[in-house]
Design a protein around this ligand. Structure first.
Ligand code: SF4
Ligand code: SF4
Length: 370
């Protein structure tokens, strides 16, 4: 049976703002019934790396947190620490980064919690009968929440091709050790023939494990590499390709199984809202954001994280390409994600998530306030 995915367009006017549309979408999706008196409700967001400006804007998060509150629940806005040594590596730095991007208790109207604790070690293991994962290391505050609102920004990604609800759940709810497990197959290697020795990757590697050798070619220390994939995305000459066979399939499969673990114990208590605005080539972990690939599309809400990701992809593929964007040269491509990253079969995370019972790729799009 198809899952319902509710859709509201990004068009707005003086009588119906984007915030009001998101509020109406929340009600129309029946989310008020997900959250109950006394619930500790995790509002799982990605508050973005400082320097990035494409993440979901704070007023939308406040609107959603207020709606959760009205249902009697006690929301907290949450994200996890990153794997790599950057500006969100521990809770102190992470909360500073959140504040830099406008997320504070005052602005979102709910406490901010770094779900895996001060050092990313607050884990709650969840058993998974998966192909790739037997025990997922889920952030303690996600695990102990009674219910969850998964607020995702749809955009491109260097390893997954796209980021949406599944990635927000699977990667975004994992502790640092969990993220390490997810990335453990990502072993980037420099294509020496393509390397121009400009050291962009050297400057961006958060672990400092890339050097230029005597021939001015980049060399990665595999012992210290944590597989974050930053070098893949920053190399201006695409000299560090994604190894699809060795890494991208496994990371997608493992992330789907982590997503299943993140919602485990919250059956019927999880809602997803996805924003199809400011859709950029790269993820909100990057400390920059390029111009949008397509004009803003709108907002989606569903109980099903697989269906909402599939609907987001379909809407993205159907949208007109923005001039002077990374997609300008692929204006006629039927599959924009594939045109951007032909080496990645991004459908694997969807099919695997469907196979393990997380949801369905079949959906009915219910249009609200178009
Ligand atoms: S960014 Fe790319 S081209 Fe530049 S040094 Fe690194 S691998 Fe070589
Ligand atoms: S070498 Fe690349 S993947 Fe490894 S830690 Fe550095 S930036 Fe991340």
């Amino acid at each position: 049976m198809p899952s319902k995915v509710f859709f509201s367009s990004a068009r707005a006017n003086m009588k119906l703002s984007g915030l009001k549309k998101v509020e109406r979408l929340f009600r129309r999706s029946g989310f008020e019934r997900l959250f109950r008196d006394g619930d500790r409700t995790a509002v799982k967001v990605h508050w973005g790396e400082p320097g990035n400006a494409a993440y979901v804007p704070v007023p939308y998060i406040r609107t959603l947190a207020d709606l959760v509150k009205k249902s009697g629940a006690r929301p907290f806005v949450t994200d996890t620490n990153t794997l790599y040594a950057g500006m969100r590596h521990d809770a102190v730095a992470n909360l500073r980064a959140a504040a830099f991007n406008g997320f504070t208790m005052e602005t979102v109207g709910a406490p901010l919690v770094v779900a895996d604790g001060l050092c990313g070690t607050d884990a709650s293991p969840v058993e998974v009968a998966g192909t790739y994962v037997k025990e997922a290391k889920i952030a303690g505050s996600i695990r102990h929440a009674t219910s969850m609102l998964v607020v995702s920004h749809f955009k491109g990604h260097m390893l997954f091709s796209f980021g949406g609800a599944l990635k927000n759940l699977g990667m975004g709810c994992a502790t640092s050790a969990g993220k390490q497990t997810l990335h453990s197959d990502v072993k980037p290697k420099v294509n020496r023939a393509e390397c121009r020795g400009d050291a962009v990757c050297v400057r961006h590697c958060p672990e400092g494990c890339i050097v230029l050798d005597a021939e001015h070619k980049a060399v990665i220390d595999p012992e210290r590499c944590v597989g974050c994939g930053e070098c893949i995305v920053v190399c201006p000459h695409r000299a560090i390709p994604v190894n699809w066979r060795g890494s991208a399939a496994r990371i997608q499969g493992k992330t789907a199984e982590y997503a299943l673990a993140a919602v485990s114990g919250k059956e019927g208590r999880v809602g997803c809202v996805t924003f199809l605005i400011n859709i950029t080539t790269d993820c909100d972990c990057c400390d920059w954001s390029d111009t949008r690939l397509v004009q803003d599309i709108g907002y989606l809400a569903s109980h099903d994280p697989v269906a909402i990701d599939q609907a987001a992809i379909d809407l993205f593929n159907a949208a007109p390409v923005a001039a002077d964007s990374d997609l300008a040269v692929h204006a006629r491509a039927a599959d924009k994600l594939l045109a951007l990253r032909p080496e990645i079969d991004y459908t694997y995370i969807l099919s695997h998530a469907e196979k393990i019972g997380l949801g369905t790729r079949k959906y009915e799009l219910v249009k609200v306030d178009i």
